[in-house]
Every structure is written in structure tokens, then in C-alpha cells.
Design a protein around this ligand. Structure first.
Ligand code: APR
Length: 234
């Protein structure tokens, strides 16, 4: 159990493992996305410059997979935790699906962007809701400014979003839990090291993450199975 005292501030970081039981593939496990696609061909600024149609094929496929997915008990448990903790919970996700929101979470920080948003690769118009799929070279959508419309995703080599808000929440948290993330990709992989000694740190997932030694306790289980009964509020 993770005991949460009245004075505790809780930081939860989720990764693709929290959506695995909803049928959305992870990246590095068996059947992971990076086993079938090369990151440098579909998820980097160079990929976008080289072949924007291939990038849109990849994200159109991911949109259609995510559109069929439903929240699982892990997402629902975190939405319930937000109801009980209110602003004492900071939910930061590396995921770009919207299953936390579908489950009822109202404050979700998507540090790697959002699959169902797009933005212009040239002008500074804000990202906008977009669930369209753009398949094939003729389909690259254009902005009025003449720029190309790209997925609102943080690609490898780009800076994740709202890091200032994330680091502020890390400075104040007293409980840190990472759920379903292999601990491979920075800066998220180092969040736990930043709070060690000051916060109680927990990992939830069926396999040990690369940064397992940074956690006080690891709950080796599927998130959908264990999260509904993991948090005990005093
Ligand atoms: N419950 C909890 N964890 C699970 C489950 C489950 N049902 N199934 C798998 N996992 C775990 C795996 O054991 C693995 O440790 O989820 C983790 C998924 O790791 P990755 O596939 O590396 O995904 P993630 O850590 O979220 O990747 C981080 O890398 O490719 C980039 O931007 C992408 O946000 C992504 C980032």
C-alpha cells in the first residue's frame, strides 16, 4: 500500500504501461512500437523534414489505435485519487493518449504532447484539437501561413513541455509514484532521483524499470490490477 497522510503532496508520473491494458502498445516491450518503427524515421524533427507523409502515417495509425481504446482500472483509480486529493495530486504523463481525461482526470500534464492535437510547424498559432488521419503524400495539411500542420508531439531531440511546472511540483512533493515507465527516456527517468531523500518513492509495473534502484519500493504488478487498491488515505 502507499499511505498518503493529510500533509502529503503526491506526484504521479505515468508511462505507456498505464495504457497497456487498454490495448495501446508500449514502446520497448514485446510488441512495442519501437520494434516495428525506427524512431529516427517517424518521431524526430529530421524525420519530419525528410518525410512528413511517413510521420503522418505513423501518427494517423496511432490515432486510430488510441481512438478505439477505453480507460482501464488504472486510469480510473488515478481519476478517483484526484477526486480525493484535489490539488495535492500532480499527474504528469509521458503518454499522448487521452485515456486519463476519458477516465475523469481533470488536471493532466502531457509532457510529451497530445496525440489528438496538431499545430503548425512554422507559425506560433496554438495547438488545436485534431483527430483526423492524414495518410499518403497528398494529405499533408497546411496552415493559412503556408506552414505544414504537424502532430502536437514532443519528438526526440525536442524539449518536453511545461518542465518548469513539473520541476516545481517535484520540489514540493512528499510522495512520488511512477507507473508503467521503463525509466529509459530523459528527463522523466531522472524525476525520481530528484526527489529521493525528500519524498517516499514508489514504482508500479510488472518489470523492474532501468532506474529501479532509485525507488524505495517497487510493486511488481500490472497497473490495472493494483492501482485501484494501492493508495490508502489517512
Ligand atoms: N501495467 C504497468 N506497467 C506496464 C504494464 C501494465 N499493464 N505493461 C507494461 N508495463 C511497463 C513495462 O514493463 C515497461 O517498463 O510499462 C513500461 C513501458 O516502457 P516503455 O515502452 O519504454 O514506455 P515509456 O517508459 O512510457 O516510454 C517513455 O519513450 O518513446 C518515448 O515518448 C515516448 O513517452 C514515451 C517515452
Amino acid at each position: 500500500m502507499i499511505h498518503i497522510r493529510p500533509q502529503d503532496k503526491v506526484f504521479v508520473l505515468t508511462g505507456s504501461g498505464v495504457s497497456a491494458e487498454s490495448g495501446i502498445p508500449t514502446f520497448r516491450g514485446v510488441g512495442g512500437l519501437w520494434r516495428n518503427y525506427r524512431i529516427e524515421e517517424v518521431a524526430s524533427p529530421d524525420a519530419w523534414a525528410q518525410d512528413p507523409a511517413l510521420v503522418w502515417d505513423f501518427y494517423s495509425m496511432r490515432r486510430s489505435v488510441a481512438a478505439r481504446a477505453k480507460p482501464n482500472p488504472a486510469h480510473l483509480a488515478l481519476a478517483d485519487l484526484e477526486k480525493r486529493l484535489a490539488d495535492r495530486l500532480f499527474l504528469c504523463t509521458q503518454n499522448v493518449d487521452n485515456l486519463h481525461e476519458q477516465a475523469g482526470s481533470r488536471h493532466v500534464l502531457h509532457m510529451h504532447g497530445e496525440l489528438f492535437k496538431s499545430r503548425c510547424d512554422t507559425c506560433r498559432r496554438s495547438p488545436f484539437p485534431d483527430d483526423s488521419s492524414y495518410e499518403g503524400p497528398a494529405q499533408i495539411p497546411r496552415c493559412q501561413c503556408g506552414g505544414k500542420i504537424r502532430p502536437h508531439i514532443c519528438w526526440f531531440g525536442e524539449v518536453p513541455y511545461e518542465l518548469d511546472r513539473i520541476f516545481a511540483a517535484l520540489r514540493h512533493c512528499t510522495v512520488f509514484a511512477a507507473v508503467g515507465t521503463s525509466g529509459v527516456v530523459e528527463p522523466a527517468a531522472s524525476f525520481v532521483a530528484q526527489v529521493r531523500g525528500r519524498a517516499r518513492t514508489y514504482y508500479v509495473g510488472p518489470e523492474e524499470p532501468v532506474n529501479a534502484s532509485d525507488f524505495d519500493q517497487c510493486f511488481q504488478a500490472k497497473a490495472g490490477k493494483i492501482l485501484p487498491t494501492l493508495f490508502a488515505l489517512a
